[in-house]
Design a binder for this molecule. Structure first.
Ligand code: MOS
Length: 739
């Protein structure tokens, strides 16, 4: 019955994107648009003693300067500022009061007739501070770090320990202990954080916002400004990269709404690249891992401790440590997670939050253990293979990680690896081969989908989800076309609009599974309605067909038992005198907790290191992924490829540097915050292993948005050790660390 699912269909929004027809939050226009520019704090902690905006206000074309002193009323309770993804604590409120919580915090908003005027005038706003001592260094704060949550207390708390890891470790035949560091990293999406707020009159607003969750922002804005839900519509039809940076409402949306309401006028606010570093980031973390093994390479003890960074006002944390005892078979496992509170903005989710980092530490530690055991690193993984989720003591709905190892190793040529470090060469370059395992959750969330089928055979499918660039428009169209038996171009998709049927934020890799099964549910309702109409036709060939006995294919309702019994959609609707069938259905995913839901991967990396200069090139990466049913092999491969590129950045380039004396970020731009460029990216091969799963959800979908990055930095770090004999545990692995 499927003809589009599983194919490499090109993006249905591709033409709109490459021709510029696709509009992004900062591109929507209207008459009388005013432009904002943000003034940010130059200190990390203290109070605003005074703001002098007189010079800025004298500039021709400046309309107003809003500060905490003159702004219109905003909600005063923490609850009003708690969004769908907010961690525990007291959320940041822009322009709320005179307290400074981090460097780069917005302290004033200049609004002018032109963006250049606003930006110039913002440079003239004088802010006086009463400064207080700040701490921004995770190493300085590690002894003060506090437990994030009790084991097992919530989904982000470390899992409950099992066995007696601390007692088992000293007696193990072979032991490895290491401390691994990941710095603060920023998302750096191509599109700037932007909001255009249309003043529709009578206090009604349409907010074009760069967000991964239009309904999350809509609810937040309504609470913060105490407005009626029907008066605020949030739209985000396209996004130039999210990666987690748009899961929580970004402060420019609040400021743009604040200004629009104050001025009763449409307002656009686009942050500068520098200002984007004043929002969330991947927390810096110090991780300690201890692994104890028997001489045969089976594990006896795992302890994994992490200290991660958060702000002084919210406790953001994810479960870095739990992956360790999940991924490999081991009777004794213990975890600890602590939070270092720093005078920075709250850290946040960034692609595969917790796994990109936690699995980095684990997979480097496993490589070190393999060296100590004199075992091939892949062989060690196979000896420690676990068919069960030991943290929760349950089977997986599916786990084809062995196939990832096998197919990945074969494609890479792993069996030709010589085990000794520094033993492989290519001219003046040392060659290193490293590998790692990846794992991510396969989550699914309640969602609603509406389908409107017209008598001309066209279907419109709508849901308030976003497409953060992952290809959601395309996979939605593919699934709907198959479920409704229509050609792909007879399906149109509406998303990114808060007035559409309910959706969670697009994150966690859960939208593909959630919305696809949601489309299947709504399609079933459409099919049932069509059958009702078809049965009413004289001499209907489907007169005695039950709803589950029919399918939609090639524009027809067809009996599954006898394909010669069919009624065309158009005929059924015409005969029933209906010109449209509209069905909106909610789908939830009952989870009795009996199975673990995860995606897995095996990454094999080749590096070449110039022996004299230490220059590292990642020349080849194979990423073999088991992620259930792959809806679109082209967009899914792109997700994995992007994850690999980001893994190269994590391993070699990315680091947000803080001047701890000033408490400010020193490299808030993509000239000095290094990301991989074309010259850094060579051969990447993506393999999807076949992984049927009829337990997780009816369509067997797991999602691929995040698994692609997990394990990549470790595979590269391990390859660098193999090339050079030098183990670097602190990311990024820059030239100087190899000397
Ligand atoms: Mo993802 S870090 O949940 O956008």
């Amino acid at each position: 019955m499927t003809s589009y699912i599983g194919t490499p269909a090109s993006r249905v929004d591709g033409r709109a994107k490459v021709t510029g027809a696709a509009k992004y939050a900062g591109e929507f226009n209207t008459n009388g648009l005013a432009y904002g520019s943000v003034v940010t704090s130059s200190i990390a902690k203290g109070r605003i003693a005074g703001i002098d905006a007189s010079e800025a206000l004298r500039v021709d074309g400046v309309i107003d300067v809003l500060t905490h002193e003159n702004r219109p009323r905003m909600a005063s309770t923490d609850g009003a500022y708690k969004d769908e993804v907010a961690p525990e604590g007291s959320p940041f409120r822009p322009l709320y009061d005179g307290r400074i919580r981090f460097s780069g915090q917005p302290v004033a908003l200049v609004v002018a007739e032109e963006p250049e005027i606003a930006r110039f005038a913002a440079s003239l706003v004088r802010v006086e501070y009463d400064e207080e001592a700040h701490v921004t260094d995770v190493y300085r704060q590690r002894d003060e770090a506090v437990a994030s949550a009790k084991p097992g207390e919530n989904m982000f708390a470390p899992p409950k320990p099992r066995g007696t890891a601390e007692q088992a470790f000293p007696g193990a035949d072979v032991r490895h202990q290491g401390e691994y560091y990941v710095p603060i990293e920023h998302h750096n999406p191509m599109e700037l954080y932007a909001s255009t707020v249309m003043w529709d009159g009578d206090g009604k607003l349409t907010v074009y916002d760069k967000t991964q969750g239009v309904q999350n922002v809509q609810r937040y804005v309504c609470r913060v400004f105490d407005t009626k839900p029907e008066d605020v519509r949030v739209m985000s039809p396209f996004m130039g990269g999210g990666f987690g940076s748009g899961l929580r409402p970004q402060y420019q949306a609040v400021l743009a709404v604040l200004a629009a309401r104050a001025l009763k006028r449409s307002v656009r606010l686009v942050l500068t690249r520098q200002q984007m570093y004043g929002l969330g980031y991947r927390p810096a973390m110090i991780q300690r891992i201890a692994l104890g093994a028997k001489a045969d390479g089976t594990l006896d003890a795992i302890t994994h401790e992490a200290v991660t960074v958060t702000s002084q006002y919210e406790d953001f944390y994810r479960q870095e440590t739990g992956w360790s005892g999940l991924l490999y078979k081991c009777a004794n496992a213990k975890y600890a997670h602590k939070l270092a509170r720093l005078d920075l903005a709250t850290s946040c989710d960034m692609r595969a939050p917790s796994a990109a980092t936690g699995v980095y530490a684990l997979e480097c530690a496993m490589d070190e253990l393999a060296v100590a055991l004199k075992l091939d690193p892949l062989e060690l993984r196979l000896r420690c293979y676990s068919d069960r989720d030991q943290n929760a003591d349950r089977p997986y709905s599916s786990k084809r990680l062995r196939n990832c190892y096998r197919q990945g190793a074969e494609a890479f040529g792993w069996d030709k690896r010589s085990s000794q470090p520094r033993s492989m060469r290519d001219g003046s370059e040392l060659v290193g081969w490293g590998m790692a395992t990846g794992i991510w959750d396969a989550m699914q969330m309640p969602i609603a989908v509406r389908i409107v089928l017209s008598a001309n055979g066209h279907a419109e499918v709508s849901c308030a989800t976003s497409d953060i660039g992952t290809g959601t428009y395309t996979i939605m169209a593919q699934v709907a076309a198959d479920m409704l038996g229509l050609p792909l171009d007879s399906v149109s998709i509406r998303l990114g609009d808060s007035t559409l049927p309910q959706s969670p934020v697009e994150g966690g890799s859960w939208i593909a599974a959630s919305v696809s099964n949601g489309i299947a549910t709504a399609s079933r309702a459409v099919r049932t309605e069509l059958l009702r109409l078809a049965k009413q036709m004289p001499n209907s060939p489907l007169a005695d067909a039950a709803p589950d006995e029919v399918a939609l294919a090639d524009g027809k309702l067809v009996s599954r038992r006898d394909v010669s019994r069919a009624v065309s959609i158009v005929d059924a609707m015409r005969h029933g005198a209906v010109d449209r069938i509209e069905q909106e259905k909610s789908t939830s995913f009952p989870n009795d907790g009996s199975h673990a839901h995860n995606t897995h991967s095996a990454i094999f990396a080749e590096v070449k290191v110039d022996e004299q200069l230490g220059v590292i090139r990642v020349t080849r990466v194979v990423n073999a992924v088991a992620a259930g049913r792959i809806l679109n092999t082209k967009t899914a491969s792109s997700q994995i490829m992007g994850g690999v590129v980001w893994g190269i950045g994590m391993a070699l380039h990315e680091e947000t540097l803080i001047d701890h004396n000033l408490g400010c970020i020193m490299n808030p731009n993509i000239a000095e915050y290094h990301v991989p460029v074309n010259a850094d990216v060579h051969d990447i091969k993506v393999i999807f292993v076949d992984e049927p799963d009829d337990t997780i959800n009816p369509l067997g979908i797991k999602g691929v948005g995040e698994i692609g990055i997990v394990g990549v930095a470790a595979a590269i770090a391990n390859a660098i050790y193999h090339a050079t004999g030098k183990r670097v545990r602190d990311l990024p692995i820059t030239l100087d660390k190899l000397q």
